[in-house]
Design a protein around this ligand. Structure first.
Ligand SMILES: *Cc1c(COP(=O)(O)O)cnc(C)c1O
Length: 258
């Protein structure tokens, strides 16, 4: 992709996040970058880990269940070699549609599920987790526009779902996730992000989600700057870091970047 390396693209995304924060007068806000591995080769993921990056996102169950152990092996191997600056774990964010029959396998490996959009899924997650001392952290996924998107709950139903999940002791709702419709001009997403951000603030003010309700996950490669200007504190960026192509063989990146 334009002869740029993963490292350069990553650093450029980090810079753009800082610029967007500054533009919005949010210089001191923390905005976490979740690097979405959808299009990433293992080498690229390692490269980010070597640069100290810890938050990764994946949305395809099968791929995730292959990738997560490989990443863990890499960390373990490096620590065995005596490298002290290697983290124990990366933080995996599950961002895709979670099939209920996959929840049990996926839950122990992830830091946060971004995509809870039904009571049934929340109940399934609850039945797979039995530790009230460390509840599974989830975001409720909103479908802001109704158009085309298959997943996500309608904005009007969000508050009620959060109230229901709040009664489950092994799950904790940390906030909201949304995806804007795909458009050419990222500015077109601003009204959507603004609406979701207002809804987030409203729920937070009402106290429904409790004191832990503080995460607004929105913004992808095409629109993360607008999302940050609208208040996002997690952005999920894939192709702007890793390139556009779906890569299955790690070899193909080495060739592309040689
Ligand atoms: C693929 C995906 C992303 C990242 O998309 P890019 O446009 O490649 O940055 C973020 N969030 C979700 C839910 C995704 O499925």
């Amino acid at each position: 992709m334009d002869g740029e390396s993963t490292r350069e693209r990553y650093l450029s995304v980090c810079r753009r996040i800082e610029d967007a924060k500054a533009k919005a007068g949010r210089e001191h806000a923390t905005v976490h970058l979740v690097a979405v591995t959808k299009y990433a080769a293992m080498e690229q993921v390692r490269e980010l880990i070597d640069m100290g990056h810890v938050d990764f996102g994946e949305g395809r169950s099968q791929h995730f269940l292959k990738m997560a152990p490989q990443v863990q092996e890499y960390l373990d191997r490096r620590r065995t070699l005596g490298e002290s600056d290697v983290p124990d774990h990366v933080r995996w964010h599950f961002i895709g549609h979670l099939q209920r029959n996959k929840a049990k396998k996926i839950l122990p490996l992830v830091r946060m599920i971004h995509s809870v959009d039904s009571l049934r899924l929340a109940e399934e997650i609850q039945s797979c987790s039995n530790n009230a001392d460390s509840p599974v952290e989830v975001l409720v996924q909103i479908n802001p526009t109704d158009e085309r998107q298959r997943y996500g709950i309608a904005p009007a139903a969000v508050r009620h779902l959060i109230e229901q999940i709040e009664t489950m002791v092994t799950i904790r709702v940390r906030g909201i996730m949304t995806m804007a419709p795909k458009v050419e001009d990222p500015e077109e997403t601003r009204p959507v992000f603004t609406r979701v951000s207002e809804l987030f603030d409203e729920i937070k003010r009402s106290g429904v989600g409790g004191e832990h309700f503080d995460i607004l996950s929105m913004g992808m490669s095409n629109d993360f700057e607008v999302a940050i200007e609208c208040g996002a504190n997690i952005v999920r960026v894939g192709s702007a870091i890793f390139g556009e192509k779906e890569i299955t063989e790690s070899v193909s990146t080495e060739q592309a970047e040689a």
